[in-house]
Design a protein around this ligand. Structure first.
Ligand code: IVH
Length: 746
């Protein structure tokens, strides 16, 4: 169903852009869902974006962002509740979308544990669509209830949880410490009755039971929670002073005996066939359960295996959620509009007749680019069977809100006769400059640069965004307003706002939503950010292809703004050579094909580099030699710095900043942090995958071959050439027990 560019066809630069886009979308979706209780996209779309992000990261591991959505669970807690640091992180679940994913899950676990065809059981139970809650019992008494928050820190909602009938205030025969985890939800009849009451009182109604449950639990006034009928299913545990049982199934039964409500559809399954059969059984009952579920969760039954499998950064290896299929809707596409982004990209947006699916109203959807509208992929192949999309068409939309839902399909039988093929503009609708599509780029871009108001505003929004300057009180909305008013037209203007308007505070003060205090707070927040870490500044400049990861790589490598600037300037001539070489290579390939001979790539490229000043060559090598920085980023940096107006604008900005050099990387306190480790021979107490995962979790880098950079070789029986080489190089060697001892797991 996915109509995104096929991942295998993405260039590194497209992948980087795509990862940036996905990080933005997912961050915004997270906040909408977890902090505002107002989801903007459907769960299915969220899962799909997350999967696509992970797949791109798999294909381009060095482009993985420092703020990768793969490493994040939920969103930061909202203000207002006290914060609770979870004794054990509250994690999320990986997803399976079809039978093949379930088989792959089973296979990966068998492989990790080295089980072969031995018996391996799983539990299967409904995935409740509510919000997770961790309940802490000390000596059998409920002492704390906390929401998941960002997984590490949640909100203290103890007073509210005490009002939920399914949550016992005390339990008999309880261990000294027991954290019970599960899902708070609202039943369908209770949800409908609540909404009816809310409408009668002219109060806010909720889009769906999950929002109603979240809104009701996260009430600062516990009396409101008490008046809302919330329920709770227990399905897991956190910190415990003694094990509950030896299997997941027995542990759940134990929680049931203690007085918790556990889901009656929980089953023990012997193999993936059983699991999938139970999935379909639950799916058939979905409509009549009386509460929302969005899939089935499978968990390895044997708790000793669960312990060995452990966790990835945000998900357990021993469990997975098998999701129900996405919800879709058909509606009319009324018009196609073009939006201009920060780098000048012209993005087509479908304006739709609003359609409600699962409680979320969709009225806009992305159409990606001109090829997508025309029914072509990046290589000219057909998508949607070659059907193009036109204003007036009847289109299928993924259930989603305003975080870029997608048009998936078009029904030609309902196309009005008057519908005309869409002509993608070749001038920028915002500034009238030519919009050009470069070879190999799926996107058409405005060439107006700084004169294009749309680009300027988008650049400013990026500049103040969370991973960039993150100025409190100066978000996208305010930036737009200030730009319209002519108060800021480039980033440097933000830092002279007070000088220019401090006196005329009145102007801000009289604005809707602004008081004297908020204006003063804003100036202070701006002042605070004058001191800015180098990597944030680099990212904030919004240079094409320079996302957060590249910005951090550059900052780490150069340390200071001056060192970075000098190298970029020195590399100017080399970037030109690189572009000439690319062009010459393309020409040579064409010529060779026409003449039926082999292309002379090396000599053609070398010719373009002749006569280059060695200093420029050295600067260029320095840039592209940085792990994670390639020629695409290097060219983008040089091009930006070479553009006179752009450079002057950057200089005006940096003149007003106190740029913090990049700190040296911190060394973690584990014995193997930062060390390069090689495993060889047969490991007897763990599989290779398990060993690698443990080592990496402790900050080590695991390599497959021995070199002078290797710090440690862990050799099991049967170790051969690697052990010999390590001996020759005088590298420290340990056996498996020695290794376990070193990492404190003997
Ligand atoms: S197990 C370590 N079981 O789904 C993982 N989670 O998408 C513990 N959820 O954060 C979670 N029903 O809020 C588990 N039967 C179930 C569940 C369930 C709903 C939620 C939970 C989790 C989220 C992950």
């Amino acid at each position: 169903m996915t109509q995104d560019t096929e991942i295998s066809t993405l260039s590194a630069e497209q992948a980087r852009d795509e990862l940036e886009r996905l990080a933005r979308l997912l961050a915004s979706a997270n906040t909408a869902y977890h902090t505002d209780d107002a989801p903007e996209i459907s769960d299915a779309e969220y899962d799909r974006l997350k999967r696509r992000n992970a797949a791109i990261e798999d294909a381009f591991p060095n482009l993985k962002r420092a703020d990768s959505p793969s490493d994040q669970v939920g969103a930061k807690p909202a203000d207002g509740f006290a914060k609770v640091t979870h004794a054990l992180r509250m994690l999320s679940l990986g997803n399976a979308f079809d039978d093949a994913d379930v088989l792959a899950f089973d296979a990966s676990i068998r492989k990790y544990l080295g089980l072969g065809q031995d018996a391996l059981s799983y539990t299967a139970e409904p995935k409740i669509d509510g919000l997770s809650l961790s309940l802490r019992y000390e000596k059998g008494r409920l002492v704390q209830a906390a929401t998941r928050g960002d997984g590490a820190v949640g909100e203290n909602v103890t007073a509210n949880a005490r009002n939920i009938a399914d949550i016992p205030a005390s339990i008999d025969d309880a261990p000294e410490l027991l954290e019970v985890r599960g899902e708070v939800y609202m039943s369908h009849p209770d949800f409908e009755a609540l909404n009816a009451r809310q409408s009668e009182m002219d109060a806010k109604t909720f889009a769906n039971p999950r929002n109603a449950a979240a809104g009701s639990l996260r009430q600062l006034d516990a009396r409101i929670t008490a008046a809302r009928p919330l329920r709770f299913f227990a399905y897991a545990w956190g910190a415990v002073s003694e094990p509950l049982a030896e299997t997941q199934m027995a542990a759940i039964e134990c929680l049931g005996t203690m007085g918790f409500t556990v889901n009656p559809l929980t089953r023990l399954c012997r193999d993936p066939g059983d699991m999938i059969a139970h999935y379909h059984e639950i799916e058939m009952q979905r409509a009549t359960l009386g509460y929302d579920i969005d899939g089935v969760v499978y968990k390895v039954d044997d708790l000793a295996f669960q312990a060995r499998l452990g966790f990835r950064s945000t998900t357990p290896r021993w469990a997975i959620a098998h999701k129900f299929p996405a919800e879709l809707a058909w509606t009319r596409l009324e018009a196609i509009d073009i939006q201009v982004g920060r780098t000048g990209a012209l993005s087509p947006v479908a304006r739709l007749t609003p359609v409600t699916v699962g409680g979320v109203v969709v009225s806009n959807a992305t159409l990606h680019n001109e090829d997508y509208i025309a029914g072509r992929d990046a290589r000219g192949g057909e998508i949607r069977g070659g059907k193009d999309i036109r204003a007036g068409d009847w289109v299928q939309v993924y259930r989603a809100g305003d975080v870029i839902p997608k048009v998936a399909d078009v029904d030609l039988s309902k196309r009005p006769e008057s519908a005309a093929r869409y002509a993608f503009p070749d001038t920028c609708p915002e500034c009238g400059s030519a919009a050009i599509r470069e070879e190999g780029d799926a996107v058409r871009r405005c060439t107006g640069g700084l004169i294009c108001p749309a680009q300027a505003v988008e650049k400013l929004k990026h500049f103040v965004s969370r991973a960039a300057f993150d100025i409190e009180g100066l978000g996208a909305k305010q930036v737009e307003q200030f730009h319209t008013d002519g108060w800021i037209s480039e980033p440097a203007d933000i830092f002279t706002l007070r000088d220019r308007y401090g006196e005329g505070l009145q102007q801000l003060k009289n604005r809707e939503g602004w008081g004297e205090k908020s204006a003063e707070n804003l100036f202070e927040a701006i002042e605070d950010k004058r001191r800015i870490p180098l990597k944030r500044l680099i990212f904030a400049l919004g240079i094409r292809h320079v996302g957060e990861v590249a910005a951090a790589d550059l900052a780490r490598h150069f340390g200071t703004w001056d060192a970075l600037g000098q190298t970029i300037d020195a590399a100017a001539g080399a970037a030109a050579c690189h572009l000439r070489a690319d062009q010459a290579e393309a020409e040579e390939r064409r010529a060779a094909e026409a003449e039926g001979r082999r292309a002379r790539i090396k000599s053609t490229r070398d010719a373009a580099w002749q006569d280059l000043d060695p200093a420029a060559h050295a600067a260029w090598s320095d840039l592209i030699g940085i792990d994670g920085i390639g020629a695409t980023v290097a060219v983008a940096l040089v091009t930006t710095f070479q553009q006179e107006a752009e450079r002057a604008s950057i200089n005006r900005l940096t003149d007003r900043l106190d740029i913090q050099p990049e700190d040296q990387p911190q060394t973690a306190d584990s014995a193997v942090a930062g060390k390069t480790v090689v495993f060889t021979g047969t490991l007897e107490k763990m599989t290779r995958a398990e060993a690698k995962a443990r080592a990496e979790a402790l900050g080590a880098k695991v390599s497959g071959s021995v070199s002078a950079k290797t710090d440690l070789l862990v050799a099991g029986p049967g170790a051969g050439s690697k052990a010999k080489k390590a001996q020759e190089l005088g590298i420290e060697m340990l056996d498996e027990d020695g290794w376990l001892d070193l990492i404190g797991e003997a």
